[in-house]
Design a binder for this molecule. Structure first.
Ligand code: SAH
Ligand code: SF4
Ligand code: F3S
Length: 459
């Protein structure tokens, strides 16, 4: 029996896609390999958000070269956000990656996953690759995912859309994943229902701009959601998922929303739905209007501030995290100071701070000069990440000292349990000897607040 190994990089969307890729490979007759070294087919599900993410894949290619020198027969597939054209090493028109990755056999655009079997036959006509029903699907979302990203069946990602219409000037996603397309609402609900029937307690809805579900150019042309009238499609979806509370769903989350589509309807739904957790990751990217404009973020600092105020008044105690890019083209010292001060003012409880990395093909790469030195980018990152973010995260953790939170256990090794609270805080505690709490939601009293983690004991 042939085996596969999938190496996944990037955001939750890629992890969710990997679950569909696994299902497809299993339908083709492959088994999951215990290790990278033993697999017959190695697939890299790549991310191109920053150069550093791409470099890691190139690093692995050297290992493959060594494996092949030892006469190991391996099929190498690269998929995900680095691929522009699905092709094999024998295709007449090949992806550019074939020019830089000598070890590559197949390049596959994520949404063209159904074509993988055809490409595999192209590189190995002798192999008897069976015909499977998944090959004829036009929409890769129709492939049932394995839901293997989480250790327990109590948690799952459910992809609701793919692609992005927003075109932030620095970002590769609209090019790598294409225009935004929403998944069929009934398919999403069926998947959620099945998950809950199988014991899922927490569903995270995912998409590049998850709250623009049903609002894309494509959806407008197709008039898919006209039947809803004034109600936003994303609200409808959240309400329908929330009904699964009766069948055992306890928690819903979604990621990542875009500030432009954080409507009053959505804030109201988050505040009133039974299963929605008091946490939101709302990327702001910069706290200066000139920077935001160059980034084409389509909102201002004032608008973002208003959303935050509404969220905090509708959902008292909500925990909010964000993404920031430092060192974007033309970012002056004053602009950076404004971003720093805004982060401080907004009291973000967590954040991912990135140093700007130019991505070929984006508007910024074409028209705006990447004129901030690596040293300045690093200094700004240090100031924001090691200076402010650490302190904010610790302060946010301290408010839970002595309190009881409910932790969904994601990982257990011996007695040591790790999981997330309602507010998405990572909590560590010890289980009683011999008990298995994986996938359970348990009360934990917080005894210690550190920078990135809380410690507690079973209450
Ligand atoms: N759709 C989400 C973000 C997806 S990309 C949103 O609009 O907020 C995840 C994060 O990567 C972004 O929030 C941004 O902070 C970072 N990022 C994207 N492009 C980048 C680039 N060229 N250089 C550095 N960081 C980048
Ligand atoms: Fe990229 Fe902007 Fe789309 Fe987010 S909204 S995926 S940052 S283009
Ligand atoms: Fe990376 Fe693609 Fe996600 S570029 S961050 S894997 S959408």
């Amino acid at each position: 029996m042939s085996t596969y190994h999938i190496q996944t990089y990037g955001c939750q969307m890629n992890y969710s896609d990997t679950e569909r890729m696994e299902a497809y490979l299993q339908a083709l007759g492959y088994d999951k390999s215990a290790t990278f070294d033993e697999a017959d087919l190695i697939m890299f599900n790549t991310c191109s958000i920053r150069q550093s993410a791409e470099d890691r894949v190139y690093g692995h290619m050297r290992t493959i070269e060594q494996m092949r020198r030892k006469h190991r027969k391996i099929t190498v597939v690269v998929t995900g956000c680095m691929v522009r054209k699905s092709s094999s090493r024998y295709s007449s028109q090949r992806d550019k990656l074939f020019g830089t990755m000598r070890e590559l056999d197949i390049a596959l655009r994520t949404e063209e996953l159904p074509k993988l079997a055809t490409l595999a036959r192209e590189i190995d006509p002798e192999s008897k690759i069976p015909e499977i029903k998944e090959e004829s699907l036009e929409d890769y979302f129709k492939i049932d995912p394995t839901h293997s990203s989480h250790q327990s069946k109590a948690q799952a990602f459910v992809a609701i859309s793919n692609g992005c219409d927003k075109f932030c000037t620095y970002c590769i996603v609209p090019y790598s994943r294409g225009r935004e397309k929403s998944r069929d609402v009934q398919d999403i609900l069926k998947e959620c229902e099945k998950l809950v029937e199988n014991g899922c307690k927490e569903i995270t809805l995912i998409g590049q701009t998850v709250n623009s579900y049903g609002l894309s150019q494509y959806d407008k042309e197709e008039k898919t959601f006209e039947f809803l009238g004034e109600k936003e499609p994303f609200i409808y979806l959240l309400e329908e998922v929330d009904k699964l509370h009766e069948k055992g769903l306890v928690r819903t989350r979604f990621t990542s929303p875009h500030p432009k589509d954080m409507s009053d309807q959505l804030i109201h739904a988050m505040a009133t739905l039974k299963t929605h957790m008091p946490y939101l990751h709302l990327p702001v990217q910069a706290g200066d209007n000139r920077t935001l404009k160059r980034m084409n973020r389509t909102y201002t600092v004032e608008h973002y501030r208003k959303i935050m105020a509404k969220l905090r008044s509708a959902i008292p105690g909500i925990s909010i995290s964000t993404d920031i890019i430092v060192g974007f083209c033309g970012e002056t010292e004053e602009e950076f100071e404004n971003t720093y001060n805004f982060f401080n003012e907004m009291d973000f409880e967590h954040g991912y701070i990135s140093q700007y990395s130019e991505r070929s093909g984006t508007t910024a790469a074409k028209f705006i000069k990447d004129d901030i030195t690596d040293q300045t980018k690093q200094e700004r990152w240090n100031k924001l990440n090691d200076g402010l973010l650490r302190a904010k995260s610790k302060k946010a953790h301290e408010r839970f000292l002595g309190k009881i939170v409910h932790v969904l256990v994601e990982n257990q090794e011996g007695k040591k349990c790790l999981g997330r609270s309602e507010h998405y805080k990572t909590v560590q505690f010890a289980a009683a000897s011999g008990s298995n709490l994986l996938g359970e939601i348990v009360p934990v009293r917080i005894t210690k607040a550190m920078e990135w983690i809380l410690e507690g004991e079973l209450a």
